[in-house]
Design a protein around this ligand. Structure first.
Ligand code: NAP
Length: 274
C-alpha cells in the first residue's frame, strides 16, 4: 500500500467507500475488505451504516489504530452544538473513542462555516477526532474553513475521475499541502466503458477499474475511496501499485466531460430511490 501525508495524517491511498451499503451487506463487505488488507474506511452520518462499519472493524483481526476511519457530519448538523452532539452519536454507533478524520459532508449555506470548524476544533482538543476536513467545498468556502479552523484542514473530498479531473481544486490542495480525496473515482462505473481505458487495460493486463484508479492515484496528493460489495472487485481495487501509466497515458485518459460526470452523479442520486 502507498500512503499520502498531510499535516500529520498518514492516509492509505486506497480506502473503501461505503455509500449505499447498509446492514449485513455493509458488515460483510467491510469485514472482507479488512481481511484483504484495506486499512482506510469512509462512512458518513448520512449513510446510515456507521453501526455496521464499527462492528466490522471491532470484530476484525486488525487493531483499531491500524484503520484510518473517516466519518462525515451531515450538513443539517453543521451548527456548533449539533456538530459536537452528532459526532458523539457517530462515535457511539461506530463503537470507537475517536475517528481519524471528520469531514463536513457538504457546505451548509444556512450555517456559519467558522462555527462548524470551531466545533470540530473542540472535538480535536477532546481527542474525539484526529484530523479535520471538508467535502464538496468550492474554493471560496474552503478558504473560509481553513481560516476559521485552528486545526489544519487535511482534505477536501470531491468527485474525481477522468471526466472530472478537478484541475483547479487539485492545484489548490497541492499548493496548500492538502490531500484531495477522490469520491466516485470510477465515475460509478461509467469510466469502465471508456475505449481508452479498455485499450490500456489490455496493454497492461489489468482490469478497467485498475486503470481508472491508477490514473487517479498517480496524481500527487490524491487518495481514492472506490465502493464495491464484490470481493473480487475489492481485491483488484487494492492491487494498483505494481504498474504505472506513462505521463502521456495519464493525459490521454483525462477528458473532462460535464455530461459523463453528471451521468455518474445522477446515477448515484437516482439509485437512492430505486
Ligand atoms: P464508485 O466507487 O465510483 O463506483 C461504485 C460502482 O463501481 C459500484 O457499482 C461498484 O459495483 C462498481 N465497481 C467497484 N469496483 C469495481 C471493479 N473493480 N470492477 C467493476 N465495477 C466495480 O462510486 P461511489 O460509490 O459513488 O463512490 C465511492 C465512495 O465515495 C462512496 O461509497 C462514498 O464512500 C464516497 N462518496 C462520497 C460523496 C460525498 O459527497 N462526500 C459522494 C459520493 C460518494 P460492485 O459493488 O458490484 O463492485
Amino acid at each position: 500500500m502507498e500512503y499520502a501525508e498531510a499535516y500529520g495524517a498518514r492516509v492509505p491511498k486506497v480506502g473503501l467507500g461505503t455509500w449505499q451499503m447498509t446492514g449485513e451487506t455493509c458488515y460483510e463487505t467491510v469485514s472482507t475488505a479488512l481481511e484483504l488488507g484495506y486499512r482506510h474506511v469512509d462512512t458518513a452520518q448520512m449513510y446510515g451504516n456507521e453501526k455496521a462499519v464499527g462492528r466490522a472493524i471491532d470484530d476484525a483481526d486488525v487493531d483499531r489504530e491500524e484503520v484510518f476511519l473517516t466519518t462525515k457530519v451531515s450538513p443539517r448538523n453543521a451548527g456548533y452544538d449539533d456538530v459536537i452532539r452528532s459526532t458523539k452519536e457517530s462515535l457511539d454507533r461506530l463503537g470507537t473513542e475517536y475517528v481519524d478524520l471528520l469531514l463536513l459532508h457538504w457546505p451548509n449555506p444556512l450555517q456559519s462555516v467558522s462555527e462548524t470548524m470551531r466545533a470540530m476544533d473542540h472535538l480535536v482538543e477532546r481527542g474525539a477526532v484526529a484530523h479535520l476536513g471538508v467535502s464538496n467545498f468550492p474554493e471560496v468556502f474552503l478558504d473560509r474553513a481553513r481560516e476559521a479552523a485552528e486545526t489544519p484542514v487535511v482534505t477536501n473530498q470531491l468527485q474525481f475521475h477522468p471526466y472530472r479531473p478537478q484541475r483547479g481544486m487539485l492545484g489548490y490542495c497541492q499548493d496548500n499541502r492538502m490531500l484531495l480525496t477522490a469520491y466516485s473515482p470510477l465515475a460509478r462505473g461509467v469510466a469502465l466503458e471508456d475505449d481508452e481505458v479498455r485499450r490500456l487495460a489490455e496493454k497492461y493486463d489489468r482490469t478497467p477499474a485498475q486503470i481508472v484508479l491508477r490514473w487517479a492515484t498517480q496524481h500527487r496528493d490524491v487518495v481514492v475511496i472506490p465502493k464495491s460489495t464484490d470481493p473480487d472487485h475489492l481485491a483488484e481495487n487494492l492491487a494498483l501499485f505494481d504498474f504505472k501509466l506513462t505521463r502521456s497515458e495519464v493525459d490521454e485518459l483525462t477528458k473532462p466531460s460535464l455530461l459523463k460526470s453528471a451521468r455518474a452523479m445522477l446515477d448515484g442520486v437516482l439509485s437512492e430511490f430505486r
